[in-house]
Write a protein that binds this ligand. Structure first.
Ligand code: ADE
Length: 244
């Protein structure tokens, strides 16, 4: 008998489980969820509180504003949610490593992550270390909690799962993995507010169209994302003062 392959699963630990599936319940991800291509499990961290008031946070040691999520409560929530050791354990945090398309592809290829959504001023550092949480940021700005960041990460993974997008995903993803932003797209009408579609796109000459798109993608990337442009594959790393 063939080994049973389990569906990709996202387990989310949050103080606001009612936020899920939210936007993940509609459109592409929602259809895939409804048809069982992936599984979403939103778990309430508060269910692991042990005191009468079901408290999950406390004031920061050393003083300062806000509240910190308790290590013991979060550790218990992780332990009951995650029985397998091979799933990545992520903590959504503006302090984390920036999420990239290549990390998304790795996460999509695995069993699916357990994702902790931060709230308050932060999370007790000891649970981050003791449960080996990988801190992940979706950008250099601060959200009011990790839930929307978790949804972003899950959405990016789900569209890569087999059967979710089919061929549609490959074009844009390939362009990103080449380290370039996507070229501009056009469709009918042929003229919009006096602006025609670039003539070359109507020429039927596939080689010229491909060359035009490549040039547009390169120009956009240079102008908007000099960081991506400098780091694109095949590019020589600039010599650093520490090089021999
Ligand atoms: N939580 C709050 N801000 C965040 C960010 N930028 N990325 C991930 N998680 C967050």
């Amino acid at each position: 008998m063939a080994a049973e392959t389990k569906n990709w699963r996202a387990t989310v630990l949050t103080l606001f489980p009612e936020m899920f599936p939210g936007p993940l319940g509609v459109s592409l991800a929602g259809k895939a969820l409804a048809s069982g291509l992936w599984v979403l499990e939103a778990r309430d961290i508060r269910d692991s509180a042990t005191d009468r008031h079901r408290s999950v946070d406390d004031t920061p040691a050393g003083g300062g504003p806000g509240m910190v999520l308790r290590a013991d409560v979060l550790a218990a929530a992780i332990d009951v949610a995650d029985t397998s050791s091979d799933r990545p354990r992520l903590l959504m945090s503006p302090r984390g490593r920036p999420l990239t398309q290549s990390r998304v592809a790795e996460l999509a290829a695995g069993a699916g992550p357990l994702i902790v959504c931060g709230r308050f001023e932060g999370i007790d550092q000891r649970v981050i270390e003791a449960r080996r949480l990988e801190e992940v940021s979706i950008g250099d700005y601060v959200l009011s909690g990790g839930e929307i960041a978790a949804m972003t990460l899950i959405d990016a993974c789900v569209r890569l799962l087999p059967g979710v997008m089919g061929k549609l995903a490959s074009g844009t993803d390939e362009s990103f993995s080449q380290g370039l932003l996507e070229y501009p797209q056009y469709t009918r009408p042929q003229e919009f507010e006096g602006q025609p579609i670039p003539e070359i796109l109507l020429s039927g000459d596939h080689a010229r169209v491909a060359a035009w798109r490549q040039a547009e993608a390169e120009a956009l990337t240079r102008a908007r994302r000099p960081d991506l442009w400098a780091a694109r594959p095949g590019q020589k790393r600039p010599k650093s003062p520490t090089d021999g």
